[in-house]
Ligand binder design. Structure first.
Ligand code: RB5
Length: 153
């Protein structure tokens, strides 16, 4: 990954892990854009997912990380955004392959699902992997076509 800038967001259920993830990313030399939330007060994860997706859509960052209780709500909300390919992962194989094969640009996971060690391994697997292109590009293009046709219905 050339761009050493990454957006990170969480809801109240992911707040503790988000702080650890940000420290880890900064130690690895990344500039982190933190779109909140900033406390454990209850909040709505789709709003945070929306803020993070905007930062990718407007070109501020290429990749994002979203943390909630399970990672699932965040991924559902993120995947409603044009050009966003979000993957909820709780194993490093999937976190790596979703970059290599799916050109995923958002990694989601759950603080109630993964521990700190695995969370940081997920982050590293995701950001250190590169999209392979080739036949995988054709398939990603098909996802984009579905997205375009759906939005014109
Ligand atoms: C919040 O309780 C929880 O529903 C949320 O963090 C997330 O897990 C949703 O998918």
């Amino acid at each position: 990954m050339n761009n050493k800038k990454i957006t990170v967001g969480c809801d109240h259920a992911g707040f503790g892990l988000k702080k650890i993830v940000i420290t880890h990313l900064e130690e690895r030399g990344f500039e982190v854009l933190d779109v909140g939330t900033h406390s454990t007060d209850s909040c709505d994860y789709p709003k945070i997912a929306h803020e993070l997706c905007k930062s990718i859509q407007n070109g501020t960052t290429e990749l994002g990380i979203l943390i909630c209780g399970t990672g699932i709500g965040m991924s559902m909300a993120a995947n409603k955004h044009r050009g966003i390919r979000a993957a909820a992962c709780s194993d490093t194989f999937s976190a790596r392959l979703t970059r290599v094969h799916n050109d995923a640009n958002v990694l989601c996971f759950g603080e109630r699902v993964v521990g700190v060690g695995l969370a940081l391994d997920l982050v590293d697997a995701f950001i250190d992997a590169e999209f392979e292109g080739g036949k995988h590009q054709r398939r990603v293009d098909m996802i984009t076509q579905i997205e375009a046709s759906e939005s014109s219905l």
